[in-house]
Design a binder for this molecule. Structure first.
Ligand code: GLC
Length: 510
């Protein structure tokens, strides 16, 4: 059985995790020093956001050298020490590969733009005329390059040029990158925006409906499945390699399509991550949709936060700790592969902003200047930027070993948490992860999935999970032998009484 089934991953945003040399940026030496913390917390794997040399236009998702370490984070020796220390603690490491585009500072692009006959010209996508495709960060996806008078394609920032996947030479370079990191012992890859790959050099305009572009021709292109199968079979030649795909879409069938035995192990489904509201019914619907959409034997991912979205304590629970815990309980007990985003385990809230100067994420700053351009005043533009900036979830990690937390700590004030609450959050995650470890969750499919009012219930193996999304106490009728193995509830003759936002696990006897 694959190692990732039953594993819990922990996403680390490199810059903000642990600094070791006082330059204010996280690094590998710092990260290594925190492996005991992660082992103690009980995670099985780490997903590292890009740590390669990069001009940092999009915080590392603009890679200028795929097989090196950004000097801000250390060097290859530090990386190898980190990998060894992680291995000694039984923690697997998956790394983020940004193969859809490179930085325009990458040597390939520097060569490519020189002249039309350069051997690297066709590593990227050059056209005499742009079409109507839009960049994810706003504006046209085509940039005119004065040197040769042609436009190059960038589905993200203009400093992130899309690679030409129809070029076999590019594919060969990519295989070398995969081989390089596999040789360094990584357990797998998180493949960034992998359904954006340009595999076909045809550029019909995308339809625009009610002012919104529909990504019909620039995503999910013909040949994507084959390209993913090729990557998968290349990676898995010698051993099991975990492949996680980020699919730019919020449509489950589209996302699920690329998760199969021959392609990616799992694909990120954003139906929890990107929602603004959540309740028992919406969760029930989502879980069912995942069951229907996924191919036989494939599992969904489970996450509420990442470096690309607002933290769920703020976004979905409005700072309510019980509700946050309930969502964490769902993430760690439902069927799927959970990805904890660093800091969730201590209740980190979103960072607040009072000026655009405090932001560095291009998604926020671009939105700000775009709004000014289209006539917004500064105040409104700032509001738009605050909505868009992903910096809100990229604040510095706060470790619980600074115990006791003091009320002076800005993040505690921001989240209006009491120090004991932050600590109780961390204990909650730790206990839940220990519970998972004690009972193998690899094989556990749902025996059933039900919704009764505000109570969601599912059974996996010998465990029945009850999740109460309401604020009032409720009685859940249940007969037969049952033993409360996780969480708090009143066990009565007639059933179980659950308090507000409570998740419990029961062992049910046959
Ligand atoms: C992915 C990353 C995001 C980045 C984008 C472009 O969505 O998660 O942070 O901006 O790809 O590489």
């Amino acid at each position: 059985m694959e190692f990732w089934r039953g594993s819990v991953f922990y996403e680390i945003y490199m810059k903000s995790f642990q600094d070791s040399n006082g330059d204010g940026l996280g690094d590998f030496v710092g990260l290594t020093s925190r492996l005991d913390y992660l082992a103690d917390l009980g995670v099985d794997g780490i997903w590292l956001t890009p740590f390669y040399p990069s001009p940092q236009v999009d915080n590392g998702y603009d890679v200028s050298d795929y097989c090196e370490i950004n000097p801000d984070y250390g060097n290859m020796t530090d990386f190898r020490e980190f990998m060894k220390a992680a291995d000694e603690r039984g923690i697997k490491v998956i790394i983020d590969l940004v193969l859809n585009h490179s930085s325009t500072e990458h040597v390939w692009f520097k060569e490519s733009r020189k002249n039309k006959t350069n051997s690297k010209r066709d590593y990227y996508i050059w056209r005499e005329k742009p079409n109507n495709w839009e960049s994810f960060f706003g504006g046209s996806a085509w940039e005119l390059d004065d040197l040769t008078g042609e436009y190059y394609y960038h589905s993200f920032a203009k400093e992130q040029a899309d690679l030409n996947w129809s070029n076999q030479a590019v594919r060969a370079e990519i295989e070398q990158i995969l081989a390089f990191w596999l040789n360094e012992g990584v357990a797998g890859f998180r493949l960034d925006v992998i359904n954006n790959l340009t595999l076909v050099l045809e550029f019909p305009d995308n339809p625009v409906v009610d002012g919104e572009m529909e990504h019909v021709y620039d995503r999910n292109q013909q040949g994507l499945e084959q390209a993913l199968e090729d990557i998968a079979s290349f990676c898995r030649k010698e051993r099991e390699v975990f492949l996680v795909g980020e699919i730019s879409s919020d449509k489950l069938p589209e996302i699920a399509k690329y998760s199969s035995e021959k392609m990616l192990d799992v694909t990120f489904n954003f139906n929890f991550g990107s929602v603004e509201q959540i309740d028992a019914k919406s969760v029930f619907t989502s879980l069912n949709e995942m069951e229907t959409a996924l191919n036989e034997g494939q599992w969904p991912t489970l996450f509420f936060g990442s470096h690309d979205m607002s933290r769920f304590l703020t976004r979905l629970a409005d700072g309510n700790l019980s509700k946050t815990k309930l969502l964490a309980f769902l993430m760690l007990t439902a069927k799927g592969v959970p990805f904890i985003y660093y800091g969730e385990e201590v209740g980190l809230p979103d960072l607040p902003f009072s000026s655009v100067k405090e932001m560095r994420d291009i998604q926020g700053t671009n939105a700000y200047y775009q709004a000014l351009k289209t006539g917004s005043n500064e105040e409104d533009a700032l509001k738009i930027a605050i909505g868009k900036t992903r910096d809100k979830a990229r604040g510095p990690m706060v470790f619980p070993d600074k115990r006791p937390f003091t009320l002076d700590e800005p993040w505690i004030k921001m989240a209006s948490l009491k120090e004991e609450e932050a600590l109780s959050m961390w204990q909650f995650y730790k206990t839940l992860l220990a519970f998972r470890k004690a009972h193998d969750f690899k094989e556990k499919e749902y025996a059933f999935l039900r919704l009764d009012g505000e109570i969601l219930s599912y059974q996996r193996g010998e465990f029945l999970f009850l999740l109460h999304f309401g604020e009032d106490k409720v009685l859940y009728p249940l007969s037969g032998q049952k033993q409360l193995v996780f969480g708090e509830a009143d066990m009565l003759e007639t059933g179980i009484r659950l308090g507000a936002y409570t998740g419990i696990a029961l062992r049910v006897e046959d």
